[in-house]
Design a protein around this ligand. Structure first.
Ligand code: SF4
Length: 275
């Protein structure tokens, strides 16, 4: 059974028409345009759309005008160090191994990282901290992520974010997180081998819990408290792990160090049956 939301989301609609239909169907599209209510239209086609189709849909998405304007503006102004670069400046889809057993979930693209390169955690300080660990543990083919065509491949892992457009100040609104949850739901539905979800930071944790609530997997968020190295087994058998986000704010202050971060991914390997 295809819901109306699924049809407008996964049909090949131009962004303006996508936005108009979302408004008609009462799907709030502005960050402040409505309360955070469960969305009864948030159902996906069965079988799931392909990862290629999901990628196309994400990169064409215009549901959050504030974020789309911000990403475009950042891409026009550019940071001095990247004046020669052509910024991606579009929503950033997830990437990795379609047979992934571990889903790594971040907050959102960095304004001059993934919003520039078009790939999550690529070309910024968070990625410079994370990829050496993923490489050491066998999840990434290289310890550095520089550009979307640098040849880096993930093994057993998929990297995505709860918000696919860079937000000002790294602070998406609750409504923007909710708007973007359809893309997370789509990617999850297309990654049937995932056994472990590692949430990087509390916003990613809360965004994933919101997805679990909407899909009826959990009844209450309060049963799952975020902490570094927090670990839960969900009613559907998935394992949920928490980690502080590898942002420069955390890694430069010592709140998160390499050993702490690596321990979470060693545990992810164990829980995913990869140890
Ligand atoms: S944040 Fe997500 S829902 Fe909002 S415009 Fe970007 S891709 Fe679309």
């Amino acid at each position: 059974m295809y819901s109306i939301y699924a049809v407008i989301t996964w049909a090949r609609l131009p962004p303006a028409l996508f936005h108009l239909l979302a408004v008609i169907l009462h799907q709030p599209t502005h960050p402040d345009s409505g309360p955070l209510l469960p969305n009864p239209l948030l159902q996906l086609p069965n079988p799931a759309p392909s990862l290629d189709r999901i990628r196309e849909t994400i990169t064409a998405c215009e549901l959050c005008p504030r974020l789309r304007d911000y990403c475009t503006r950042i891409g026009e102004v550019r940071r001095r160090a990247y004046q020669e670069d052509v910024y991606w400046a579009r929503p950033v889809p997830g990437f990795g191994d379609p047979r992934a057993r571990v889903l790594i979930l971040g907050l959102a693209p960095g304004a001059h990282g993934a919003n520039r390169t078009g790939r999550n955690f690529t070309g910024d300080g968070s990625g410079d901290f994370m990829f050496p660990v993923l490489h050491e543990l066998g999840f990434a083919s290289k310890p550095r992520a520089i550009s979307s065509d640098d040849g880096l491949r993930l093994r057993h892992a998929w990297i995505a974010a709860v918000v696919r457009c860079a937000p000002p100040g790294d602070k998406p609104t609750p409504q923007e997180i909710r708007n973007c949850s359809v893309h997370l739901a789509a990617e999850i539905s297309a990654l049937p081998r995932v056994r472990v979800v590692v949430c990087l930071g509390k916003i990613a944790w809360d965004g994933f819990l919101a997805h679990l609530l909407l899909t009826g997997v959990i009844a209450r968020r309060s049963d799952y408290r975020f902490a570094h190295a927090a670990e839960y087994t969900l009613p559907n058998g998935l394992h949920l792990l928490g980690s502080y986000h590898p942002s420069l704010r955390n890694t430069n202050t010592g709140r998160l160090n390499r050993a702490m971060f690596a321990r979470v991914f060693v545990r992810a390997r164990e829980l995913a049956g990869l140890a």
